[in-house]
Design a protein around this ligand. Structure first.
Ligand code: PMP
Length: 465
C-alpha cells in the first residue's frame, strides 16, 4: 500500500483523506508522524497523552535513554563556552577529549577519530579517506568498492549506491557511484543451505568475495565494506564463525582496505564497545560509528582510522583533503563526551550484554507459539524478529500485506515502539521488526515489550492465517 512499490518505510493508510498539510516535509504525505512532547528514560510522551516505551531507541540511537540531565548540563556548559568554530583553523576541548576517550591507547591500532554529523557523512568520509590513501600510495586505479547485498550504509549518493536495500533505491536508478559491486550478505537464516554447516558456510562466502576481487581485478579494488553485525537491511544478523577474520585475511592478501560500518551495531549495542571485538578481533583499516556515540542528544558520527592508514597520509600529503562545516561540532562533541562518560561510569555496556541475554530468553519464550515468527536473531540489546508465511519453507508474506509494518503498528497502538526493517529477501521485501532499547531498560519493561509484541503478532496472524 505504498506509492513507491518497495520502499522501506511503508504507509499503512492508502488514501489521502488525512493528507499532511503542514510545512515540514515528513517522510509520508498520508501518514503524518506522532508529535512527541517529552521524552524521559525509555519513554516517549505523545501530544495525545499516550506514553510509548521506546523499545528501539529511535533507530538504535538513544542508548542511555532520553532526558538525561547530566548531558543537558554538559551541552549548556559547552554552549556558554564555545558554540561553534571552524575546524580548519580551530579545535575545541570536547572534540579533543572525545577522540581521546574513544581511542585512548589506540585500541586495536585505531589511532585517529574524525567527527561529522550523520552516519551517511561518516561513510562518505571513510570512502574518501580510502580513496586518498590509494592516491597517496600511487595506486590510482583503486576505485572499486565491494559491499554486500542487503547491507545499509546511508542515503547519500555513494552510500546509497553501496547499500543493498532495493526499496530505498526505487526512484534513484542511475543516481550512483559507478565503481561498485555486491556480494552475498552473511545471513545464515536465509542463505546457509540446509545441508551446510557454519564451517562450510563461512568459506563459501569468503570464496565468493575472493572471486569478486579477482573478477574486478584486485589492483582496482579500493575497499570492502560491511557491517560486522548487520543492521537495518536484514536485522541484527551476526556473521558465521571466522567470517570477519576471513575478510581481514582476504583484504590483506589483495591489499584492499577493510571498512567496518558500526554505525548501528557499534558503541556497545552488541555488548562490547566495537561489535567486531566479539568476532576474533578482525580489526578494520577504517570504521564508522554514530548512533550510540551521541545517544541522540546531538547529531554526531565518527570515522576511526587505523595507524597504517594514518601513516600514509602523515608521511604523504600530510592532510586529509576533506571536511565539513559542522565537523567536530563542539556542542555535539560535548554531548557525546557526556554520554560516553556516563556509559563508562555506569557500566552500561556490561548492562547491555546482561539485559540482552534476558531479552533473548524472553523473546524465545514469549514468541514460541507464534507461527509467523521464522527467526529471532541478534546479540546484546540488538534483536530482530523475522516474520514468514511458512516457518518450514521460510516463504515470505506477500509484500503488499506489509506484515512487519502491521505488527509494528499494532505494537505502537499498545504503547511499544519497534524499529521496522524490511530488507529485501531474494528480490522481495522481507518482514522484520527490530528491538534495540536503551541500555537502561529494566527487566520489567522488557517483559512488557515482549508481551505487547506477542499480542501484536497474534492480532496480525489472525488476519492472515
Ligand atoms: N550505516 C549504517 C550501518 C546505518 O545503520 C545507518 C543508519 N541506519 C547509516 C549508515 C546511515 O546513517 P544516517 O541515517 O545517520 O545517515
Amino acid at each position: 500500500i505504498t506509492h513507491l512499490p518497495s520502499t522501506q518505510y511503508v504507509n499503512t493508510k492508502s488514501t489521502l483523506d488525512s493528507e499532511d498539510k503542514d510545512h515540514l516535509l515528513h517522510r509520508s504525505f498520508i501518514d503524518p508522524p506522532s508529535l512527541v512532547e517529552r521524552a524521559e528514560g525509555v519513554n516517549l510522551f505523545l501530544s495525545d497523552g499516550r506514553k510509548i516505551i521506546d523499545a528501539c531507541a529511535g533507530a538504535a540511537v538513544a542508548l542511555i535513554g532520553h532526558g538525561n540531565k547530566e548531558v543537558h548540563q554538559a551541552i549548556v556548559n559547552q554552549l556558554q563556552k564555545v558554540s561553534y568554530v571552524h575546524t580548519q583553523s580551530y579545535t575545541t576541548q570536547p572534540a579533543e577529549d572525545l577522540a581521546n576517550l574513544i581511542l585512548q591507547g589506540s585500541p586495536h591500532g585505531l589511532e585517529k577519530a574524525f567527527f561529522v554529523g550523520s552516519g551517511s557523512e561518516a561513510v562518505e568520509s571513510a570512502l574518501k579517506l580510502a580513496r586518498q590513501y590509494y592516491f597517496e600510495k600511487n595506486e590510482p586505479e583503486r576505485l572499486h568498492i565491494i559491499s554486500r547485498r542487503q547491507g545499509y550504509h546511508g542515503n547519500t549518493m555513494a552510500t546509497m549506491t553501496i547499500s543493498g536495500n532495493l526499496g530505498r533505491k526505487v526512484p534513484f536508478e542511475g543516481f550512483s557511484y559507478p565503481h561498485t559491486s555486491q556480494v552475498s550478505p552473511a545471513f545464515a537464516y536465509r542463505y546457509m543451505q540446509e545441508d551446510e554447516t557454519e564451517m562450510e558456510y563461512t568459506p563459501r562466502l569468503l570464496r565468493e568475495i575472493e572471486d569478486e576481487f579477482l573478477c574486478v581485478g584486485p589492483h582496482k579494488v579500493m575497499a570492502f565494506i560491511a557491517e560486522p553485525v548487520a543492521g537495518s537491511g536484514i536485522g541484527s544478523a551476526t556473521p558465521p564463525a571466522g567470517y570477519l577474520a576471513g575478510l581481514r585475511a582476504l583484504c590483506d592478501k589483495y591489499g584492499v582496505l577493510l571498512i567496518f560500518d558500526e554505525i548501528m551495531c557499534g558503541v556497545g549495542r552488541t555488548g562490547t564497545f566495537f561489535a567486531f571485538e566479539q568476532e576474533g578481533n578482525a580489526v578494520p583499516d577504517i570504521m564508522t560509528i554514530a548512533k550510540g556515540l551521541g545517544g541522540g542528544y546531538a547529531p554526531i558520527s565518527g570515522v576511526l582510522v587505523h595507524k597504517r592508514v594514518v601513516d600514509v597520509l602523515r608521511h604523504g600529503s600530510k592532510a586529509f583533503n576533506h571536511g565539513h562545516t559542522y565537523q567536530a561540532h563542539p556542542t555535539s562533541c560535548a554531548a557525546a563526551l557526556a554520554v560516553q562518560k556516563i556509559i563508562l561510569r555506569d557500566g552500561l555496556i556490561a548492562r547491555c550484554a546482561a539485559m540482552g541475554k534476558i531479552l533473548e530468553s524472553m523473546l524465545r519464550t514469549e514468541l514460541r507459539d507464534c507461527w509467523s515468527v521464522g527467526d529471532i536473531r541478534g546479540r546484546g540489546l540488538f534483536w530482530t524478529v523475522e516474520f514468514v508465511k511458512d516457518k518450514k519453507t521460510k516463504e515470505t508474506f506477500d509484500p503488499r500485506i506489509h506484515f512487519g509494518a502491521r505488527v509494528q503498528q499494532a505494537a505502537f497502538d499498545e504503547g511499544v515502539a519497534l524499529y521496522p526493517c524490511s530488507g529485501t529477501v531474494d528480490g522481495k521485501r522481507g518482514d522484520h521488526v527490530m528491538l534495540a532499547p536503551p541500555f537502561i531498560i529494566t527487566e520489567e519493561e522488557l517483559s512488557t515489550v515482549c508481551k505487547v509484541l506477542r499480542e501484536a503478532i497474534e492480532s496480525q496472524q489472525q488476519l492472515f492465517s
